[in-house]
Design a protein. Structure first.
Length: 288
């Protein structure tokens, strides 16, 4: 039965149940559990995740997630509930319970992963190995990532957005050399990108949510810096491979409006290429 068709008393009980259920699951997941980086100087009152952190990591609006946790009658989808379940590290039973509390029938099959990418483009991304390559949409959501990009930048299955991972991912933050300078560059690039789509409210939503989840993003955003996003240099202090330096190029894709392909090439005069080959070989060779 739909929640809206339940008697008022039953709706109140359902709202209280989902509120307490999500709060309890949020409280048990620490930022470290979620792979988050906590900026220096920002003290936390609770060891668990904040609402805005759950929202940003799941790729939903902070207001929407707050309404869900409050048990309000809002539209929900299985895709969004699956994202929240992943962030809150729910097992199968808990995920099913979340579906029921939200008024949806639990799926009988595992959730589908990944977005549809044209086969020809997927071939390009994969053939760029051993060099990192990935595809993002206009909101900087990760659409396709090759194995080298996963290993070098530490992208995980639950990472859905470059901007979110940059400011919340502990692995990314700890390995990127000159993180503060790169942070200003990436925020300036995102602001410039948002200006290209003044009618797209998603940029405003994502910006507001990032300001709520990351004091460092909010501070840099207030500077109103603008940067070019077409190319640059990136250096990573990889925990296994050592220092890797890349020149990256951004390609606009006419057949996929708003999408961009980022190709990373080992910097001349470094041994990054050799280190990349060794890193990928180690990833596919079983220890022994």
């Amino acid at each position: 039965m739909e929640i809206a068709k339940l008697p008022a008393e039953a709706r109140a009980r359902r709202a209280a149940e989902i509120r307490e259920f999500l709060r309890s699951r949020r409280a048990r997941v620490t930022p470290a559990d979620a792979g988050m980086a906590v900026g220096d100087g920002h003290r936390r009152r609770t060891p668990g995740l904040r609402r805005e952190e759950v929202a940003v990591l799941a790729g939903v609006g902070v207001s929407w997630y707050t309404w869900l946790e409050q048990g309000r009658e809002i539209n929900v989808s299985g895709e969004v509930l699956d994202a929240i379940a992943r962030v809150l590290r729910m097992d199968g039973v808990e995920r099913r319970h979340l579906y029921l509390l939200a008024g949806l029938n639990p799926p009988q099959t595992p959730p589908a992963t990944g977005r549809r990418v044209p086969d020809e483009l997927r071939d390009v991304i994969d053939s760029w190995l051993p060099r990192p390559a990935y595809l993002i949409d206009r909101h900087w959501n990760l659409v396709a990532v090759n194995r080298a990009a996963e290993l070098v930048f530490g992208y995980r299955e639950q990472d859905h957005n470059c901007l979110v991972t940059f400011f919340t991912g502990a692995r990314y933050r700890s390995s990127l050399v000159h993180w503060q300078d790169a942070a200003r560059a990436i925020v300036g690039q995102f602001r410039a990108e948002a200006a290209r789509y003044p009618e797209d409210a998603e940029f405003g939503r994502l910006t507001a949510d990032m300001c709520a989840a990351s004091p460092e993003f909010a501070e840099i955003w207030a500077e109103h810096a603008i940067r070019d996003a077409t190319n640059g240099t990136k250096t990573v202090a990889h925990p296994e491979a050592g220092e890797l330096t890349f020149v990256y190029t951004t390609l606009i894709l006419p057949d996929l409006p708003g999408h961009r392909l980022l190709l990373h090439t080992p910097a001349t005069g470094t041994d990054t290429q050799e280190r990349l080959v060794s890193l990928l070989q180690a990833a596919v060779t079983p220890p022994g």
